[in-house]
Design a binder for this molecule. Sequence first.
Ligand SMILES: Cc1ncc(C[n+]2csc(CCOP(=O)(O)OP(=O)(O)O)c2C)c(N)n1
Ligand SMILES: CC(=O)[C@@H](O)[C@H](O)COP(=O)(O)O
Ligand SMILES: [Mg+2]
Length: 591
Amino acid sequence: MALRLLQNINSPKDLKQLHKKDLLQVAQELREFIIDIVATKEGHLGASLGVVELTIALHYYFQTPQDLLVWDVGHQAYGHKILTGRRDIFETNRKLNGLSGFPKRDESEYDTFGVGHSSTSISAALGMAIASKLDGNLKKNHIAVIGDASIASGMAFEGLNHAGVTNANLWVILNDNAIGIDPSVGALKEYLSKSKIGVKPKQDNMIEALNFHYSGPIDGHDFEAIFEAFEKLEKVEGPKFLHIITKKGKGLQQAEENQVTYHAPGKFDKITGELLSKGNEKLPPKFQDVFGLTLVELAKNNKQIIGITPAMPTGSSLKYMMKEFPDRAFDVGIAEQHAVTLAAGLATQNKIVFCTIYSTFLQRAYDQLIHDVALQNLPVIFCIDRAGLVGEDGATHHGVFDIAYLRCIPNLIIATPSDEIELRNILYTASLGLEKPIGIRYPRGRGTKLDWQREFKKLTIGRGKQLKKGNKIAIISIGTIKIEVEKALDELSHSEEVAHYDLGFVKPLDEKLLTKIFKKYETVITVEDGVISGGAGEAILAFAHQNEFTSKIITLGIPDEFIEQGATQELRVLVGISAKRIQQKIEEVLT
Ligand SMILES: Cc1ncc(C[n+]2csc(CCOP(=O)(O)OP(=O)(O)O)c2C)c(N)n1
Ligand SMILES: CC(=O)[C@@H](O)[C@H](O)COP(=O)(O)O
Ligand SMILES: [Mg+2]
């Protein structure tokens, strides 16, 4: 690919040397460059393709990095990274020790705010704008770029609400492509689509009602229209709002036509756009599909069952229930707090609610979990997806805090199924009706069992089990990290000395089983794919201490630091919970 212009753009300064008429060529080259790299290195595609013109226009018109640009979520910031000095290392995007897939303050002065979770941009940019004002810096622009799905989140509205009563030099640019990862939902989406086609009378403009100077909607792929809007809004004081319409996936036909798939498509042919993933028929299922398909099975037999996802129907596989039972399965948009309290409300009316949320996004709804669910002991079933290390999304997305942040909440059961069968059985058990809320955590990706659709078995809450006998050391694994322990034991020369237990539940702990273990073994090693501080291993340590057991206890898990991006397996090696590292630890103890 010839990068006639792009190859000479090492910073926005270089971009500004070009004539406006050259920007179309830059846009074409930038698109090709993004497609070229994402086709082989993988990552988020559609969102960055959709904002190519906007990205170029922002860096051409404004004085970045003095003017502060905040990307919401940041999955659309690939063009921004490439134009701000990271073109030649962009192929390391999302790889171990490479560029982060999201803007990150440590990485570049152009990355003004670390992102990954959505809907933070307006608050962050407003904070910067207020600080500039206090410092007497009245010329500085502060620009939040936010998508139509992200702006529907409560947090974005909190930011708009505040900004509207300030005179801050804040720009909010709404990149409206009518889709999140899945199609956008809700009344705001309807409002936006009406304003696009001019059905809404001007006086009904809700953004103007919030005291913003509003401009739009305009074609976000048209440089002239963008510059004209920038010039117009620059003249007014106080918060400004520009509504642009773009197409997600713009420039790659397949990505434009299949926007859900091409949000993050994996490897694909850069010319045809054809996906390169092989047929999946012979592979074990994804945990998400075990969840989603099992839920459909359960919902068929029980009309009280309801499903909820905040904005991740495809990722979580709730899409299966949404298709089969559209009246009982809800995508509520990027609204984790609402999702949890909605679940609580439904549970007060005796509905059996399965609320599926990525572990990292459940952090958003912590108070709702405590105040609305646990405190009232409402038996909501939280299906905590993407638990553990998630790989290339990195520090913003790893689901490593959940055990620690859930363990301290009274009433809450924490289940850590160790494979697909256990997941299926705990979903079934929960559907029969529990007296308390439960969090069921499982990881991103596939399990190991092709024959997972076995007959349901009711589990006893709080019961762990022995998987392998041994006489010297006991390994207790928590959840699906069991597989790494099994591999470690397979390759161990003195494996008869090592027993293996599956904890099953972090809360309540299987005290009977733990008592047996501590009475028998000199050394106990716990292995989890969550943080050590406050994790399951520490729960076991506390149990041993309280009961005056004297075995040596070694806790393996995520150390007290943020883990960056990389392949999940690479990261497991790094933190010491891969099969090899567990084996080394056992050998250390045995010698
Ligand atoms: C708090 C939170 N919930 C969910 C997500 C997952 N997520 C990432 S991007 C995205 C959709 C964003 O859509 P939009 O804001 O319209 O941007 P677009 O992808 O269309 O550019 C979602 C749901 C997230 N990053 N953060
Ligand atoms: C940017 C973002 O938050 C999502 O696109 C996330 O990367 C999805 O993760 P999964 O690929 O695990 O569904
Ligand atoms: Mg969108």
